[in-house]
Each structure stands twice: as C-alpha cells, then as structure tokens.
Design a binder for this molecule. Structure first.
Ligand code: GAR
Length: 208
C-alpha cells in the first residue's frame, strides 16, 4: 500500500479529487497517511477530517530557520512511512533539503501549461490573471515532479483548457480546475501508485 502525504495551504479541492479517486478505487493500493497544512485555518484540513485522515499544521514561521522547518516536514512524513508527497495548492516554496529527501517523489499541480505563466510569483489566481492579460486562447494545468527550480521539474501530465472572451480570473480558475486539475492530478497519482512513472534525463517516461 502506497502511503501518500499531502501538503496544502487552502481550499483543498485537489486534495478532495484525490480522496474521491482513492475512495472510488480509481487509485488502487494507495492511502493518504497525513495532510500537512501551512495554515491552521485551511479548509483542506476539514476535508481531511471528514474522511478520517490525520491533519497536521506545520508553519514555516514557527521555526528559526528553513532547514529546521524542512526537517520537521521530513520527520512528519518519514514517521508515517510516506513514499509520495502530493502538493495540492501548497503555497510555500520548498527547499533543497526536503526535495533531496524525496527526489522524484514530490508532485505538484500548477494551473497553466508549463512553461507558460509559471515560476516565482505565479500562483493561484495570479496565474489566470497573467493568462488573460496575455490573451492566450488556450491554458490548462500541469502535474510535475518538484525539483529545485520553481515549477521547473519533470512534467508528468498536462491538459489544455479553452479561454473564453468574457472570462474573469475566477471563472477561468474554476474551469481549469474542473476540466484539467481534478482529472490529471488523480491520474498522475494513479500512474505513480502503479509504478508506471520513471524519470530519465529530467523527462518523465510513462509506461503504458
Ligand atoms: C489550484 O488551482 C492549484 O493549481 C494552484 O492553487 C490552487 C489550489 O486549489 N496551485 C498553484 O498555483 C501552485 N503554484 P485547491 O486548494 O482547491 O486545490
């Protein structure tokens, strides 16, 4: 049984999509061992509670330096034998120590087609504001492994979503979630749980 640890900061709709996919048996042989939030008031913690999943808050500001913060995250996951970390709307940029401890075992979802509208400063609604400002006709979502470069790790899955002329950032965000994120994130976790992902030369190979 693959043990998954989920990192959240907010609403947790991607967490919910993964919980639902495990409960419906779309993702087999996997369970969420713990949900770790950077914010004690995140609704994602309620979602965990509703499904009898342990929820923990670990805040960067409670540690005197980044290395201690990352060690606390590492310890939390290692104590629970977590083998896959899923960042689901986690708004903290994570450093080398944590990444090294779980190399090619940390996934993130980003609400654009990487390499567009990504990197430092591009998160949440800001990504959709930038897409609308640029006037792209297609946007989407990307699931990738996390490395030291913000949104720069090996790409696992992507899905395109149409942009409409009267979209607001909020409307576009919702469509990208519904039509892309909530579909490709569970799919990527399923592929990982089935041992079908490998990374070669910084690219993901999917065994079909
Ligand atoms: C999602 O749209 C996710 O792609 C984005 O934050 C939202 C979280 O929603 N993540 C980033 O922008 C990361 N750079 P959720 O809490 O409902 O899953």
């Amino acid at each position: 049984m693959l043990k998954i640890g989920v990192l959240v900061s907010g609403g947790g709709t991607n967490l919910q999509a993964i919980i639902d996919s495990i409960e419906s048996n779309y993702i087999k042989n996997a369970e969420i061992a713990v949900v770790v939030s950077s914010n004690p008031n995140a609704y994602a913690l309620e979602r965990a509670k509703n499904h009898n999943i342990e929820g923990v808050t670990i805040r960067k500001k409670d540690f005197s330096d980044v290395s201690l913060y990352e060690q606390a995250l590492i310890d939390c996951f290692k104590e629970r034998n977590v083998e896959l970390i899923v960042m689901a709307g986690f708004m903290v940029v994570i450093g080398e120590k944590f990444i090294d401890a779980f190399r090619n075992r940390i996934m993130n979802v980003h609400p654009s087609l990487i390499p567009a509208f990504c990197g430092d400063g591009f998160y949440g609604l800001r990504v959709h504001e930038a897409a609308l400002k640029r006037g792209v006709k297609l946007t989407g979502a990307t699931v990738h492994f996390v490395n030291e470069i913000t949104d720069g790790g090996p790409i696992i899955l992507q899905k395109a979503v149409e942009v409409m002329e009267d979209d607001t950032p909020e409307v576009l965000q919702k469509r990208v979630m519904q039509e892309a994120e909530w579909i490709i994130y569970p799919e990527a976790v399923k592929l990982f749980a089935e041992g079908r992902l490998s990374v070669v030369d910084d690219k993901v190979i999917i065994r079909r």
